[in-house]
Ligand binder design. Structure first.
Ligand code: NOJ
Length: 550
């Protein structure tokens, strides 16, 4: 088979137009600004950009409340600016994925306004209604502590409407064929404008059948296949990247029994155990999570990430495990959110460079496609004085100039971080570009390394049992290329023994420093790892160690 699935080894960079680069000086980021920064992304090695929603919106949930699916919010420019940006991205070989937010619309969307106007209106059945107050009106909230219910009474409609998220985000009725057709039109529209796919918002909620008392009752996995078919029919190499924080036993249903479901899914499960390992140095639960989410099909793949634009969701950990992560990374109440997460950036949680490198090296080495969050490449901080998740959504810090070089305006959509150790005066792209030892230059090297190790996307993988509670040892093998990757989660250096059953003449060649490990007469490599150290080695044939699927 010709290995031609671009997403298997892509490097995805996620950003929000709003806070990336404001060229016209109105205080909000725009497409012209982003276009000017494409060379920066290209030089770092990024080949795919995922854009958060940029369509017209009342903007009460960071753009995840869309009021028109076929345009660009004027704060970010025009559809013309979007097409120009796409042209510039294409020229550099950068693919663009956009958010597809179709579980719900904004309540200001014309469809909802029409739906509530009368029972016989054209769009009434595009939403989910109940004339009586449903018994489960206060169940299944996604934002506990902030969102009081999932059903809200609308005076004009004289009925309750269902909303998985905030009350200004009424759920679309996906059971309705007209709605599904409209979703195809939306995907078709943006594919025609050149996007390479969609980050599908809230996948499990799109798939569930809604109605009073029905929440979570039935999941229509078929619909994912339908979406994939449509997308690929319109553009053969387009992908769906799903936001679905699901249990391991359900993942193959999302990927499809034949690998014909969603192409990519964020591995939230591994993400939570990864943070547990970073907090406690204990790698065993992470190993279990990796095994539990082993993917079986070539045509689908996990996306791995550290932080995103939301809270670090730890809802899948046990209470005891979650408490340990809270204690280490978010000990104060105001750092926590929705009874399950932490609203901080990676750098402020981890605090030191070695730990951050460990986390990113690990992410790049996991079986899947890596996704970087804007600003994490320079170690940006958070602003806990901002509400909820806005803490991690401050403007990109480009330089030590006015407003971090993000904008000429005095008042911004979110304030820049201007005080403390993460202030833009110290933490910015311009400084780090000039410093050979900066995190930015380290990240650029790391991306290059990941791109050279294509067996991570294509190959089989195995966890190596080295009998050490703090060290994760993994290997990959694909068409004669073999890789061994080691990560030490402990705060002190370790020496480990590695028996690759390759005999004693085969060397391990370190891919980052000038070092080669030779096995002793028993065929065992003795390898030292620094505190929070990591090492990537090329190895001789390891196919004999691979037992299972992908
Ligand atoms: C998931 C998005 O990541 C989050 O930011 C948003 O609030 C909800 N979906 C609702 O769209």
């Amino acid at each position: 088979m010709i290995e031609d699935l671009w997403y298997k080894n892509a490097i995805i960079y996620s950003l929000d137009l709003e806070t990336f680069m404001d060229l016209n000086g109105d205080g909000t980021g725009d497409f012209e600004g982003l276009a000017r920064r494409l060379d920066y992304l290209h030089a770092m090695g990024v080949d795919t950009v995922w854009l958060a929603p940029f369509q017209p919106t009342p903007n009460k949930d960071n753009g995840y409340d869309i009021s028109d699916y076929y345009g660009v919010d004027q704060r970010h420019g025009s559809t013309g600016n979007f097409v120009e940006f796409m042209h510039q991205a294409n020229k550099r070989g950068i693919k663009v994925i956009i958010d597809l937010v179709v579980n719900h619309t904004s309540n200001e969307h014309f469809w909802f306004q029409n739906a509530r106007s009368s029972k016989d209106s054209l769009h009434r059945n595009w939403y989910v209604w109940s004339e009586k107050k449903p018994e489960d009106w206060d169940e299944g909230m996604v934002f506990p502590g902030v969102q009081p219910s999932t059903w809200t009474y609308d005076n004009k409609a004289k009925a309750y409407y269902f909303h998985r998220f905030y009350d200004f985000q009424p759920d679309l009725n996906i059971d309705n064929k007209e709605v599904r057709e409209e979703i195809e039109r939306i995907m078709g529209f943006w594919l025609e404008l050149g996007v390479a796919g969609f980050r599908v918002d809230a996948v499990p909620f799109i798939l569930e059948t809604q109605g009073p008392g029905k929440v979570g009752a039935k999941i229509r996995f078929d619909y994912l296949r339908e979406m994939r078919r449509f997308v690929q029919w319109r553009r053969g190499d387009a992908v769906l990247l799903g936001e679905a924080n699901v249990l391991p036993e359900d993942t193959q249903k999302y990927f499809g029994q034949e690998g014909d479901g969603i192409h990519l899914m964020f591995n939230f499960y591994v993400n939570q155990y990864l943070f547990y390992a970073l907090a406690t140095s204990d790698v065993e639960p992470l190993v279990k999570a990796l095994e539990a989410t082993r993917n079986e099909h070539h045509t689908t793949q996990w996306a791995h990430f550290l932080r995103n634009h939301d809270e670090l969701d730890l809802g899948r950990l046990t209470d005891e495990q979650r408490e340990k992560v809270f204690a280490r990374f978010g000990p104060e109440k105001h750092m926590q959110l929705y009874e399950r997460g932490i609203r901080r950036r990676l750098s402020t949680m981890l605090g030191n460079r070695q730990h951050i490198e460990l986390a990113y090296s690990l992410m790049f080495s996991l079986p899947g496609t890596p996704v970087i969050r804007y600003g994490d490449e320079i170690g940006m901080g958070d602003d806990l004085s901002l509400k909820e998740r806005d803490a991690v959504r401050t403007p990109m810090q480009w330089s030590a100039d006015h407003q971090a070089g993000f904008s000429k305006a005095d008042k911004l959509v979110h304030p820049v971080i201007s005080e403390g150790p993460y202030a833009y005066q110290h933490v910015n792209v311009e400084n780090q570009r000039r410093d050979p030892n900066s995190l930015l230059n380290w990240m650029t090297d790391m991306i290059r390394l990941r791109q050279e190790c294509t067996e991570i996307g294509w190959g089989k993988w195995q966890i190596l049992d080295i009998g050490h509670p703090n060290v994760l040892a993994m290997c990959y093998s694909w068409q004669g290329s073999n890789l061994v990757v080691l990560h030490n989660f402990a705060e002190k250096a370790q020496e480990i023994s590695l028996d690759l059953k390759q005999g004693k003449d085969i060397k391990l060649v370190d891919l980052m420093v000038n070092y080669e490990s030779t096995a002793n007469e028993k065929g065992v490599h003795r390898i030292t790892l620094d505190a929070y150290g990591y090492r990537w080695f090329r190895a001789g044939d390891l196919s004999h160690l691979m037992q299972k699927g992908m």
